[in-house]
Design a protein around this ligand. Sequence first.
Ligand SMILES: [Zn+2]
Length: 439
Amino acid sequence: MSLFIRGAFIEGTPRSILIREGKIAALLPSDAPLPGPEDGEGGEAEAGAGVARVIDGAGLHAFPSFKNGHTHVAMVLFRGYGDDMPLMEWLQTRIWPAEGRLTEEDVYLGARLGILEMIRGGTTFFNEMYWHRPAIVRAVEEMGVRALVGCTLIDLGDPKMLESQQREMLDLAEGRIPIGDPDRVGLALAPHSIYTVPPDVLRWVGELAGRHHLPVHIHLSETQEEVDRCLEAHGCRPTVLLDRLGLVNSRLLAVHGQFLDEAELALLGEAKATLVTNPTANLKLATGGIFPYRAAREAGVRVCLGTDGAASNNNLDLLEEMKIAALVQKHREKDATVLPAREALAMATTTASEAFGLGRGGLEAGAPADLVLMDFSGPSTQPLHDPVSTLVYAANASHVHTTICAGRVLMHDGRVEICDEAEVIGSASEAIHRVLEGL
Ligand SMILES: [Zn+2]
């Protein structure tokens, strides 16, 4: 499959983009003629052309597509189900009872809905942690996006259940269970947190990840309570505990990091670990902390951006997340120069590509053809002085015109091509109403 995007703006300059076999083959002048038939494909769009499809990019702005650094995608099923409640009451009376009733099929239907929302918002990759991994992999493969789908581990007090989770993790890591389409689905080991997985099991996860060079995806330092309990139980802060257990290294994808002190940031920075901040979810759940972005960057930590699940956000819109991340940091530091628009964009694109092993993250020859075309012609994005500023501070998902992943057009001119949108929305809605009926 080849694709030619004619005359879209890249960093303010109109260029044409040639895409072949899932990669950006070349950036060309905007008036470059259609390439010749190099790969023998018939020109459906224009007779004799060497590309299968031509997209008119005139007036549109191309950016790398967005990468969601942390989510629980199927939790879109719980969007708006119990807002404005204290965290524990919300979990105990709403989320946990409902989650306990979700079947693998429900998770698949929820994952499709979340991925559809992300496609509409220009997001083509997500770092996932949830139950029913095969259902999520199936949704990712069908919907044309990419994901690092975690094998989740949590100790709910049932040793047999924990053992069976460990067995599944071992089988996945050692290749006895298929991971998914290797071009688009990756595996991470995802112990939920230091307070829901015992230290000896965390150490085991670290050793397994080390043997198979796998990333470890874990919630870390989300609340002050987590820090206090860790100090009480282990005599050290959460990152120090993780380090003692052998988990702090360049493959660590630690999520939240709200209450990290200087020594913890130094440990993470020296190890070249990644932190994923999720400002909207942290604000909504009233954790009371603000991610120490400036100190994390100064310590050398790689910082990415996530939405967390839609139950605590309540959407999966990386554009909104970029803006909120930038605003919250300016507020924290009382300094408007902190986390400028370009850094916010990098967190959700190039830095994320590096952290999640997605190859080169920019729009350049040889990079994966994962990109969006934005339409800034409407009133809320005009006049246009700086496309990156407009993207981060003024745009939202409704300004995404076209979403492309691995060279495949998932949405064009606001029309989703990869699935029957009404069916995806309808069946997810039916599924969650069925789940909640019996409660
Ligand atoms: Zn989370």
